[in-house]
Design a protein around this ligand. Sequence first.
Ligand SMILES: O=C(O)CCC(=O)CC(=O)O
Length: 262
Amino acid sequence: MHIADLGDIKLHYREDGDPDGAPIVFANSLGTDLRLWDKIVPRLPEGLRIIRFDKRGHGLSDCPPGPYSMGTLVRDTERLLDHLQVKDCVFVGLSIGGMIAQGLAVKRLDLVRALVLSNTAAKIGQPQMWQDRIEAVKQDGIEALADATMERWFARPFRETAEMTGWRNMMTRQPEEGYMGCCAAIAGTDFYTPTSGLRLPTLGIAGSDDGSTPPDLVRETVDLIPGSKFHLIRRAGHIPCVEQPEEYADTLIGFLKEVGHV
Ligand SMILES: O=C(O)CCC(=O)CC(=O)O
């Protein structure tokens, strides 16, 4: 197990692949940990340095009291990459992970040479929606949100599989403080203007059945960055890397080739 001690926070991360390879970094969504990428990592070509991590309040990373800000989540990520001496990575961020990706590229372009904005947006939902979600967790616990969340995360056929239970358990076992802390960070984020200023190779990925960040919302965000590409994965909800891993990995590999990372 790898823990990066960043001073005021300790973050759990994992490295696979070639330690001297071209770096690719994965950032997870709300209510998930780094196992989100378990089906993608083995499908990636050899010769990459593959890094994934648990953001604060999730997985095996520290869970300080919330609320968190997006600036803090971006700073955590920046410091983790500095700690690991990563530069010029392809950064793949899903949902809140994609918000972190945008913030990181705006702040530290030396760390990021290309972006994959998966199932994410410059702004997700309205602040009141996030406040309501925080109140619901405070009152009834995270379990009370789980069924509705699975409907946003997965298309119907996947929701009928036994595997879905594992992802549901992953969500309900995240620390409530960390989950609420990240809800607050999303509530306070509108990257529309800063993301419009980004100039780097960008791929958007959306799921046809995504109930959290629908395809049009993802497309609207990646369209802010000139020259960006967009790929829609059918029969997939909010986390297509789990539901359609083959297509997700193929799409990612195609992009890595295009930007000369493999
Ligand atoms: O998944 C995220 O990181 C935030 C977007 C969201 O609403 C997730 C969910 O559907 O619970």
